[in-house]
Design a protein around this ligand. Sequence first.
Ligand code: GLN
Length: 503
Amino acid sequence: KQPHEKELFGHPVGLYILFLTEMWERYSYYGMRALLTIYMVAKTVGDNPGLGWTNSESLALYGWYTMLVYVMSIPGGMIADKFIGQKRSVLVGAIILVFGHGVLAVEAEWAFFTGLGLIVLGVGMLKPNISTMVGGLYKPNDIRRDKGFSIFYIGINLGSLLATSSVGIVAAVYGWHYGFGLAGICMLLGLIVYVWGQKYLVHVGNVPTVEEKKNDVSLGAMYSRLFKSTKHAIIFIALIILSVYAGFSFEGTDNWAYGLLFVFVTFVIGLMMVIYKDLETQVMKDRFLVLLLSFGIVIVFWGAFEQAGGLMSLYTEQKTNRDFFGLFEIPTAVFQGLNAGFIILFAVVVANYWAKRKLKNKEASSLFKMATGTIIMGTGFVFMIFASMQYQANGESAMYWLVLAYLFHTIGELCASPVALSFITKLAPVKYASLMMGVYFASTGLGNKVAGILGENAEHYGEMTIFTAIFIFTVAFGFLVIALLKPLKRLTHGAEDKERELS
Ligand code: GLN
């Protein structure tokens, strides 16, 4: 057997190469992210000086940064589809990331902004494309695909778990820039593993062939198609005007950024309209449509879920009794690790549960899993409502509420997130596979931004109101998707019906 045909634990060896590469990439991403806000607000004096920004300045940058890394997945995916393929895009992304994290080790303001910029570009090149490559390891109807993504997802969270402990400690003991540097070194490890493992990946993520590029047109030509129909042109231009207007009507100094974001989103919507029109068969069109609709679920899901790093983290810090049997106080950051820890514990259990259901011919479509995941995750907020009630009565709330909330959030995430990745690799037209993965990540990025906005509003309305609203909205939304499951599934034209063990 050729190396790329070899298997380990029932999956192609290439999966483990991608697992390790992504594990180190996420290590560097989450390790750096764990330092980011506290570094920005740390005083400029002392032996470990930070940037001395205010809370709101640093949260604003944090929000835009975490959104941008994912939004950049759209150009990252496009470059792969049109020019260099996914495999080389991941390589380029990994190299940029080594430099990006590396430069943060330098103590200077120019280095800080250069580093952030490079990381945004690097993640954009790497993250969507490595995910699409995981899908490429499996044949179209291979039932192992969902499980493969669950294994890959463990890699993501192993990286995040290792990072949040080690990078934080190094930064606290030796200084911020050693922490950032450690993230860079580990990204280098990821790059080395990836380059070494190329022999297991010869068959995936290659440069698009001449045949695949046959009907390929430039981006400009694609947009010009929008203007061939007066109706589409009017819709598109109206959307642009509306988005500029809406963006600038935001309060605050970053309204220009909102304006730009909305215009960008409008351009993406325009592109989706052209691709839709361009697809050859009705089956392809329908599948494309259902994929776009599923991105709505993605925004709702992450908009609620990502309270973890914001509102829930503040709640942990300020309102939770974190006393550990009178011995010490558990640091807030540890609670951030619960999610990754629970993923590692339960990923296989959840994946097996769904695989069994499928074999028994019970409902186990991706859309059903995503809706169920949203409901379970949303239900986790009930515990946060209880916690807030306890806080109102006693002036502090117990830790177990957070543990329960994160447990539900994680089980929900395991139902929805790896499955969504897998779903895209099944439904996206081959020619646009990476682009659609990019749009998926951009949707999660928008979810992050929504989460930030919701979190900010907690100051106004109180967190109990926000938690309650999130709970009601997400659960109702999940049930709505389930109610619409039949027509939605019809649009997939059996893309998931014949999945069986093919190996
Ligand atoms: N935690 C997951 C990851 O880092 C999901 C992030 C996302 O989809 N925005 O890959």
